[in-house]
Design a binder for this molecule. Sequence first.
Ligand code: SF4
Length: 372
Amino acid sequence: MSQLVGCARSDIGDVLEAAMAGARPSRVDCQRLLESGDTKLMGMAAGHLARRGFGRRVTYVNNIILNYTNVCVTDCKFCAFYRPPGDGEAYTLTLDQIRARIRAAWESFGIRQVLIQGGHNPSLPIEYYEEAFAMMRAEFPRVGVHALSASEVDMIARVSRSSTREVLSRLKGAGMQSMPGAGAEILSDRVRGVISPKKITGSDWIRIMREAHEAGLPSSASMMYGHVETASEVADHIDRIARLQERTRGFMAFIPWNFEPNNTALAEEGTVTRGAGGASLLKMIAVSRIALGPIIPHLQSSWLTNGVGMAQLALEYGADDFGGTLIGEEVVSCTGARSTELSGAAIEASIRQVGYEPVERDNFYAPATPSP
Ligand code: SF4
């Protein structure tokens, strides 16, 4: 019997029926979902799957983003944040500045995570990161260190003339606890050749994530869509992440987010001039829950690029995590996409407003325990 009214008449009814029975769609079926116009029905199925797993609970994390340097030699065409070495607006935070930012956020907001991301700065040796992570763990033991994209790890390996495996081992030893999924964009090398030709390949991203998981560093996986990708390339992206997860079980969450073209080279050259829009966002959330929900537990609805209203709607389409308070975020803000700062209380109010129960979490998606 059909669990969803309308499944039987939809071109994707068989995929949704199988998903409701617990099956993960094949790569081909994932592409069928992406090419279907039946986003509402997908959303009903995905929302049902999320509520089956999490009830009405929606998590969020009190965190800051530490964009420790904007110096970068990788020149991604979708990035409005970076500055080349020697630029008048280039900066790199000192250890004391990092300490001061975390202390202020800990004392004011009781943050549970510091999300650390920056440019590919060829002047920063691995010791810079080791000292920073060791300081964080020693002085702020209740704050999780969620640090560095796979491509930053690759850059550190090149600067320190060692392997990415060795870099991950040293950084974990210093205090790094988990990794964000940034730098994945779309894993297709055709897409990367257009939007970020100097960045690591999709296969390198998968390899470094595998090495991180094998080293005992869990991570997120991400996807930036809404530029030059095709449905087939999105399906491949999701499938490659799913296949790695089957092997390592190291991904804690999947975070799809839409590209914001303002102030980027892709917009200036006329390749992409408009964002993907709300309908695309809801479809990506629904497809992500259906395709990855059986193996990656959490799905984040990012309010940062899409605004609070869309993040609320995404909860109906399969998301179970609202992301972070993201105090101090600078990368997306450079595109002008960010609407406002959100406190933990504002996030909780936004979640309650649409009938869900907010739960503050820690770096590893466990409920945050009260501060002593
Ligand atoms: S996205 Fe990251 S790697 Fe690419 S230019 Fe911006 S800072 Fe550099």
